[in-house]
Design a protein. Structure first.
Length: 47
């Protein structure tokens, strides 16, 4: 199910909060993106 409608409903009810993260953030929201990041990190281990 799409996440946005669920989040909007919870935000409207005051049940969701957030904070600003100033560090590095990588979207690993799909198995493919997670695999790509894992491959990149493993490649850097051997540098």
């Amino acid at each position: 199910a799409p996440l946005a409608p669920l989040l909007r409903e919870q935000i409207a009810q005051g049940r969701v909060s957030g904070e600003h993260h100033a560090g590095r953030w990588i979207d690993v929201g799909t198995p493919q993106r997670l695999h790509e990041l894992d491959s990149q990190l493993r490649a850097h281990l051997h540098d």
